[in-house]
Design a protein around this ligand. Structure first.
Ligand SMILES: Cc1cc2nc3c(=O)[nH]c(=O)nc-3n(C[C@H](O)[C@H](O)[C@H](O)COP(=O)(O)OP(=O)(O)OC[C@H]3O[C@@H](n4cnc5c(N)ncnc54)[C@H](O)[C@@H]3O)c2cc1C
Length: 462
């Protein structure tokens, strides 16, 4: 007799694992199906967490380059790449163990294998050894995430042509690296390897790297990355990549071929929805993505979908928030709709970039009146103490009511600072309220108050 559940979650990334835990907390009997040997999905295994561990090492390495200015004499610093990778692997491993503990704690049955629908209430799980098992369910949450997208004429090969999955296991810092694609993933790796002394060239087809960010923030990142051995070429079309054994030859339109030690192909990701038996349950896909209503319900009433398989922002925290909402609806609750205008983007280049709401080009395109206020980190004492003087906070607000329309931060702590604006946006605060809220001194967060003062008609410390 097959086991029966209130909810089966397929995929244990930041969407699926959060959804499973929340559903169990709400009293549902839950199973989690994951085909990978480890829980955690892209984010934990080959995404957010390992990249941020390596970027933290890069930050410390850059700091060690000028400790004399901070009053320390430590001789010539050296790095041990294998130890840096070991630390990264250790952090990932600890988080994986934490997830297994949470599954046990919440009495969630974990099935290791590939899940696919046999019908709307039956999921077949195929283990790696081919063994099949069917489980019954009242509801299903699809959280199968995304995978690296490949260009047919420049496929990765696990040797010198790498992807974000494989470069995370590279055993040395290459002498040179071509990064094809200047999106978030490509730029984070460019900043990482550039800071370790690799000569990095980013090749981007569009006129701007980090194309979904405010152009002023993207330009500041470009300016800072030039100081980190990174050359950025925009409006450049890749025509081919050849692995020659000990190097790669990269061809682009209108320029002579160039040689790089390694190439990172980072042209984007695509949803994983092709082997789920969706036809059997009447769910259609749109270029691989699943369409859902405002509560993440698909065209099949008992099947929900969240995370990277939707057209919403492909971010871990977005997947988690969508999963929480979906399972709360399944459990009969009435959660508030997700406000995507308050959904933060967070990019961990040096300097970091973070934003909510609309950029200036977007506001112009939508013909929405706005006021710009900008305050740099440079005048702030804490920024000098922390050597984090690059960048600024830019607030786009309603000219009359002061409502936040968009906030764009570029600087060392951008991904932490944006949290205050997320809450502000959800609570429909105004720049006036932010400016009158006391911020502790000395902190980097005072810059938020100064930017709000600028929006109110005059920043104090400039
Ligand atoms: C290099 C890199 C860095 C990133 N950094 C960040 C960051 O700093 N912050 C951020 O917010 N986002 C970041 N992201 C994006 C983030 O990782 C994804 O948005 C997030 O993981 C999506 O979560 P998900 O739960 O939708 O899917 P995933 O994390 O992709 O998880 C889906 C899971 O489903 C499993 N699965 C798929 N099909 C089946 C099936 N049929 N049966 C069983 N299991 C299945 C997969 O094995 C996988 O474990 C990064 C991505 C990359 C590539």
């Amino acid at each position: 007799m097959s086991k029966s559940y209130d909810l089966v979650v397929i995929g244990a990334g930041p969407g699926g694992e959060v959804g499973a835990i929340r559903a169990a907390q709400l009293g549902l009997k839950v199973a989690l199906v994951e085909k990978n040997i480890h829980l955690g999905g892209t984010c934990l295994n080959v995404g957010c967490i390992p990249t941020k561990s390596l970027l933290e090492s890069a930050k410390i390495w850059a700091k060690l380059g000028h400790v004399a200015e901070l009053g320390f004499r430590i001789g010539k610093p050296e790095y041990d790449w294998s130890a840096i990778m070991k630390r990264k692997d250790g952090i990932v491993d600890a988080q994986r163990k934490g997830l297994l503990f949470l599954m046990k704690k919440n009495k969630i049955d974990v099935y290791q294998g590939h899940g696919r629908f046999l019908d709307k209430n039956t999921i077949e799980v195929t283990a790696a050894d081919g063994k099949k098992e069917s489980i019954q369910t009242k509801h299903t949450l699809l959280a199968t995430g995304s995978r690296v997208k490949e260009l047919p004429f420049a496929r990765s090969n696990q040797k010198n042509i790498l992807t974000s999955d494989t470069i995370l296991f590279i055993d040395h810092v290459p002498k040179s690296l071509a990064v094809v694609g200047g999106g978030v993933v490509g730029m984070e790796f460019a900043s990482l390897f550039g800071r370790f002394g690799c000569e990095v060239t980013v090749i981007e087809l569009l006129p701007q790297v980090l194309p979904s960010e405010d152009p002023e923030c993207a330009n500041e990142v470009v300016r800072q990355l030039k100081k980190q051995n990174v050359t950025i070429e925009t409006g450049v079309k890749l025509t081919g990549v050849k692995d020659q054994g000990d190097h790669c030859v990269v061809s682009v339109e209108g320029k002579p071929d160039r040689v790089f030690a390694k190439v990172l192909m980072s042209i984007g990701r695509e949803p994983v929805t092709d082997d789920l038996g969706l036809q059997k349950v009447g769910i259609a896909v749109d270029r691989g993505f699943i369409n859902v209503d405002a509560h993440y319900k698909t065209s099949a009433a008992n099947i929900f979908a969240i995370g990277d398989i939707l057209k919403t922002a492909a971010l871990a925290h977005t997947a988690s928030a969508e999963a929480m909402h979906a399972v709360e609806v399944i459990a009969g609750k009435n959660p508030p709709l997700i406000n995507y205008e308050a959904n933060p983007s967070a990019i961990y280049t040096y300097p970091e970039v973070a934003s909510i709401g609309m950029s200036e080009p977007k506001l112009k395109e939508k013909n929405i009146a706005y006021k710009v206020a900008k305050f740099p980190f440079a005048p702030m004492a804490k920024a000098k103490i922390e050597e984090a003087t690059e960048g600024f906070i830019k607030i786009l607000s309603h000219p009359q009511y002061g409502e936040l329309l968009g906030v764009h931060i570029v600087g060392a702590r951008a991904t932490e600072l944006i949290g205050e604006f997320v809450l502000g946006k959800i609570l429909e605060t105004t720049v006036d309220e932010i400016g009158h809220a006391i911020h502790p001194h000395p902190t980097i967060s005072e810059t938020i108050m100064e930017a709000a003062h600028a929006a109110m008609g005059g920043a104090i410390h400039m």
